[in-house]
Design a protein. Sequence first.
Length: 72
Amino acid sequence: MSEERGVSGGSLLLAFLAGAAAGAVVALLTSPKSGREMRESVRSWARRSGAGDAVDRAVRVVRDALDGTKEG
């Protein structure tokens, strides 16, 4: 169905990641913690979760998908 409207998988993934990032920003801005406390919480969460690795993988997938659409 998404192919019928001209929406590629890469575009869909990019839109999902952009929405997730926007939600994270809103959550951080509306948090009752101070800036210092929030930064420390985010750092410790990122270390525990391996979020940096996930972001790197997601960026590679999106780039590969976009490169594939340019060639095809």
